[in-house]
Design a protein around this ligand. Structure first.
Ligand SMILES: Cc1ncc(COP(=O)(O)O)c(C=O)c1O
Length: 400
């Protein structure tokens, strides 16, 4: 008999990490594989942030901190929300955790009763449904097709809400689609939510700075201030400041929720690393030039990938509006045969084929709840992206 908790029986490991592992395994055998599975900025953390970490460590800022985060970092985050998003929060409304992922985990742990439902617009970030299941909830997947810009509409949302709905997840720009919601889109969702007071909203805004074609970011909190007492605005430094390994995420929300999340934090990890919190203050309060430089680089890569993929017969790609992924449609490959005679039954088979024959690692759409697609990360150099597209094109051309 297994000693592993039954809770784990319903939970899958991260599909993007699995894709990366498969690429690493092939590499270990000497195969030259391009890994476009995992999504993290390929830039170094800006030097002034690293200097702030050194300074914090040298000055003795090396002890446990308050569970919700140091007063300095919570103040810097409250200021960030005011300055960049037009949101009115005090330091007491803020909680810091080891990445936005832990913020989301803590929020769900603080609120879900067995069988509570969380509405997840698909395609969704792979960890959302697994966290919901791990904590006893039921993910309710609502497909948001490419024809609606991969965005949730009030009509689709209304059909998914039940008396058991505890959470609605929103993610903009979205991973994997890059979809962005306008203020009008958010207000329309908010008007519907106003009629369903049992629903909390988790707005994951971690890619807010990676927006293309001159778009302006509108936080859910700004568009729907009337829902402030049931909205959790989630963000972090991972993507904007190239700080994925520092593990700092944060959220602003209603006092009872923030308090419950910091209680969980105090009994699990105590606090986030004191040095990483000091670095986060420097990131949020320091010069922001690198953030826009990263954004420009991601936009140039987005353009390169859209041009390249559009020249491949059999693949489709609507230009992503933000984030650093391309969610590539592969409907016309499904049912066709590889040179070895295997039928490409679904997008998982397409991703496997691209890995084995094209030597490019991607993540199949099935992992994001909307098929048939595969996701590539564009957070890599233009040379590598060129070569990856060349390989994908050559592999797709071989499909009969
Ligand atoms: C939508 C989304 N939310 C959260 C995260 C996790 O961010 P963090 O590094 O802050 O845990 C990711 C990372 O890929 C993401 O894509």
């Amino acid at each position: 008999m297994s000693y592993i908790s039954s809770r784990l029986s319903v939970v899958k490991p991260s599909a993007s990490m699995a894709a990366s592992q498969a690429a690493k395994a092939l590499r270990a055998k000497g195969v030259d594989v391009i890994d476009l599975g995992l999504g993290e900025p390929d830039f170094p953390t800006p030097p002034h942030i690293i200097e702030a970490a050194f300074a914090a460590a040298r000055s003795g800022d090396t002890l446990y901190t308050a569970a919700a985060g140091t007063p300095a970092v919570r103040q810097a985050i409250a200021e960030k929300f005011r300055r960049e998003n037009g949101l009115d929060y005090t330091a007491d409304d803020i909680v810091v955790a080891n990445g936005a992922k832990q913020i989301i985990f803590n929020a769900l742990m603080a609120t879900l009763e067995n069988g509570d439902e969380a509405i997840l617009p698909a395609p969704y970030f792979v960890s959302y449904p697994e966290m919901v299941k791990l904590l006893g909830g039921t993910p309710v997947i609502v497909e948001c097709p490419e024809t609606s810009g991969f965005r949730l509409t009030p009509e689709v949302l209304e059909r998914a809400i039940t008396p058991r709905t505890k959470w609605l997840f929103l993610n903009m720009p979205g991973n994997p689609s890059g979809a962005v919601y306008s203020e009008a889109d958010l207000k329309a969702l908010g008007a519907l939510l106003a009629r369903h007071p049992q629903v909390l909203v988790l707005s994951d805004e971690i890619y807010e700075h990676i927006l293309f074609d001159g778009r302006e970011f509108v936080s859910f909190g700004k568009a729907c201030p009337e829902l402030k007492d049931r909205s959790l605005i989630v963000n972090g430094v991972s993507k904007a400041y190239a700080m994925t390994g520092w593990r700092v995420g944060y959220a602003a929300g209603p006092a009872p929720l923030v308090k419950a999340m910091s209680t969980i934090q105090s009994q699990s990890v105590t606090s986030v690393c004191s040095i990483a919190q000091a670095a986060t203050v420097a990131a949020l309060e320091g010069p922001q030039g690198e953030v826009s430089r990263f954004r420009q680089a991601f936009e140039a890569r987005r353009n390169l990938v859209v041009d390249g993929i559009r020249q491949i017969n059999g693949l489709t790609l609507s230009p992503p509006e933000g984030a650093f992924y391309a969610y590539i449609g592969c409907a016309s490959l499904i049912g066709r045969k590889t040179p070895k005679g295997d039928v490409l039954e679904n997008d998982a088979a397409v991703a496997t084929y691209l890995l084995n024959e094209g030597r490019v690692a991607s993540v199949p759409g099935v992992a994001y709840g909307l098929s048939p697609y595969f996701r590539i990360s564009t957070a890599t150099s233009e040379e590598v992206l060129f070569e990856a597209i060349r390989r994908i094109k050559a592999a797709v051309a071989e499909v009969e």
